[in-house]
Design a protein around this ligand. Sequence first.
Ligand SMILES: NC(=O)c1ccc[n+]([C@@H]2O[C@H](COP(=O)([O-])OP(=O)(O)OC[C@H]3O[C@@H](n4cnc5c(N)ncnc54)[C@H](OP(=O)(O)O)[C@@H]3O)[C@@H](O)[C@H]2O)c1
Length: 337
Amino acid sequence: MTRETIRVVIYGLGAIGSLIARRALRRKNLEIIGGIEINPEKVGKDLGEVLGLGEKLGAKVVHDKDALDFLMENRPDAVIHSTLTFLDKIYPQLVRCIKARANVVSTAETLAYPWYRYPELATLIDEMAKKYEVTVLGTGVNPGFIFDSLPAFLTSVCVDVKKIHVIRSIDAAKRRFPFQKKYGLGMDPEEFREKLSRGEITAHVGYAESILLIASMIGVELDRVEEGQEPVIADKAMETQYFKIKPGQVCGIRGYGIGYHNGEEFIRLELLAAVGREDYDEIVIEGEPPMKWRNEYGTSGDIATAAMVINMVPRVVRAPPGLLTMKDMQIPSLSLK
Ligand SMILES: NC(=O)c1ccc[n+]([C@@H]2O[C@H](COP(=O)([O-])OP(=O)(O)OC[C@H]3O[C@@H](n4cnc5c(N)ncnc54)[C@H](OP(=O)(O)O)[C@@H]3O)[C@@H](O)[C@H]2O)c1
């Protein structure tokens, strides 16, 4: 690339897409040239209005059905994509970006290691990305960092690793509305289980993706992967900015993923996200040398996702074409150029 700035379109201007847009506007290396949405309250407006900036940016927000024309006309270098979680749902959106020869960085959890749940779609995207000479990457805070890239990075000073154990503990009350909603806050436990099994809520998606991402990074063959989540039940009345929770209702989740190697637990990921929980992240590596990494503040999920996506844009623009994962990225860091 000879130009100094990377021209970017934001696909999906919900809680995370809007945060990404606001923070990307402060980066000198990025120029936000438009947005794509389905929400009628956002479509047709200037991006500055949609973001509540009190000024126009001269960047239009268009409807998803006009996305291909918009992308073909404006030819962004990259699309930051933050709409939905599951690859089968976002596949048509990714195809539009690829056909317009735009590189893509997406927050879709299942895109972080798409060969696990969607091997056929992953192959199709990889082939199409190579044909149109663009790069597609799924990333964020988790999957993308806490449960995968960071523990894998820490093993770079180990000569041997017996087990990787990650715990992410989150005060769900501090998270955005879509997070609290998808974690079932305020639901009765039965309703939570039914909605989770029907896919109407998801809680966390990506335990298996993160495990397979670590395994692919460090080169370990896993026998199998398992994952699961259970509601955490409130023992007293609780309230967040968005939900009132009665005793006996869901106030969060406890979830896990396990990757087995030679019949033994090799990777264990645990997520505890409930109202009032302590915020911290901890990674324990049983190996030579052993290691314990801990973030006492907790890695603030929304801003960390925005940061990871923004920081990966220049890398993705420079990366070889294809459907890549965090394994293929140059050591992740703040990326001001
Ligand atoms: N990897 C990570 O670490 C990570 C971290 C945070 C979030 N995420 C994921 O990122 C995604 C966005 O999260 P969020 O909290 O911002 O959710 P959100 O507030 O629901 O935002 C999604 C936005 O995309 C819009 N949208 C849906 N389908 C669209 C389409 N076909 N074309 C254009 N826009 C479309 C939605 O419009 P409507 O509101 O009208 O439906 C909404 O405004 C979710 O899948 C979330 O799970 C991943």
